[in-house]
Design a protein around this ligand. Structure first.
Ligand code: 13P
Length: 341
């Protein structure tokens, strides 16, 4: 069992400058969808080979503090029999486990969903701790429309996040709380800001109410963006202003770090927006949190395109991953430029 101070150290170690988190935790269903889009016939072995490609990429530890894995992945081994979590630990990378069990309909509330996975969570966390996991992720999902998310949806998911976070900390594991406000939709930037602020305010109110130690928590957030179907793309500097204003209005100073999901933006746009956020943070100089990327699609799409499921393309795919990591590492301190693409 870790002490409280140890939890704080782990949380801080996940959000150091110039590094981020690789979110390789697609569920088998989502992973298969991505592999099918490459024209492949996915199965558990192909998923293992793909994750092996990612995790054995030379030098990733230069850019990556942690890797998020699904249950099936943390149990996988490399061709030579090394457990994936041991491979990562040997590189100084923290294994992070996704512990939610995805969403189910929020009965009585139209198309809204709630995240499940609290049953037996304490037992599962103890097993993951023994496998080397020192952080765990839980994703809740909020859809913006004229009448959603409802307050009922927000409160229910945030209570669930608080319960999961408390169980993680009791198990010596840092909770990475992820209330994802979806990018899809035709909402304005102002609406996205209002919803994200409302969700984050409720989340931190409830985390504190349920005695979660905020110094031992990482927030995984969406960037504040107008919807993907909105008439125009918001400039990166405006995204940065809206995103930092949202956090200033909702995230307590004691939270050590905020990491971003890419949310369906192109890899380049995720990097551009991260860079603008880092530049604005630097300009302001008074923000208490460390920022980092925690992208899945934003890091992995170019690697998947280069790979195409072919063993002869593994090193090209690893080079594509390394390149995306390098660009995001630069963006983490505002030093990225689009001509580096
Ligand atoms: P994306 O970066 O693809 O949005 O995924 C991040 C993630 O962890 C989603 O839960």
């Amino acid at each position: 069992m870790q002490t409280q101070a140890h939890l704080h150290d782990i949380a801080r170690s996940l959000v150091v400058p110039k590094k981020g988190i690789l979110a390789a935790d697609q569920s088998p269903g989502s992973m298969d969808k991505q592999l099918k889009a490459l024209g492949l016939a996915p199965d558990a072995e192909l998923r293992r080979q793909y994750r092996q490609l990612l995790f054995t990429t030379e030098g990733i530890e230069q850019y990556v503090t942690g890797v998020i894995m699904h249950d099936g992945t943390i149990r996988n081994r490399t061709d030579d029999g090394t457990q994936f979590s041991d491979l990562l630990i040997a590189k100084g990378i923290v294994p992070i486990i996704k512990v939610d069990k995805s969403t189910v309909p929020f009965t009585g509330f139209g198309n809204e969903v709630v995240t499940q996975g609290l049953d037996n969570l304490a037992d599962r966390l103890s097993e993951y701790y023994d496998m080397g996991a020192r952080a765990a992720k839980w994703r809740s999902v909020f859809t913006i429309s004229d009448d959603t998310p409802t307050e009922q949806n927000i409160v229910f998911d945030c209570i669930t996040l608080a319960r999961y976070a408390a169980l993680c900390q009791e198990a010596g594991i840092v909770p990475m709380v992820e209330p994802e406000v979806l990018f899809s939709g035709n909402h304005s930037l102002e609406r996205a800001e209002a919803v994200t602020t409302q969700v984050l305010q409720k989340l931190f109110e409830l985390l504190q109410w349920y005695n979660v130690d905020l110094e031992g928590v990482i927030l995984k957030s969406s960037m504040v963006l107008a919807g993907s179907e909105w008439s125009e793309q918001t400039p990166a500097s405006t995204v940065a202003e809206a995103t930092l204003r949202t956090f200033a209005n909702s995230v307590p100073e004691t939270v050590p770090g905020i990491v971003f999901l890419s949310g369906g933006q192109t890899p380049q746009r995720s990097t551009e927006n991260l860079n603008a956020i880092a530049q604005l943070e630097h300009e302001r100089g008074d923000l208490p949190w460390q920022f980092a990327f925690s992208f899945s699609r934003g890091l992995e799409m170019p690697a998947q395109e280069a790979w195409q499921g072919k063993p002869e393309n593994v090193s090209a795919a690893q080079a594509a991953l390394r390149k995306r990591l390098e660009l995001n590492s630069l963006a983490d301190t505002g030093e990225y430029r689009t001509d580096m693409e």
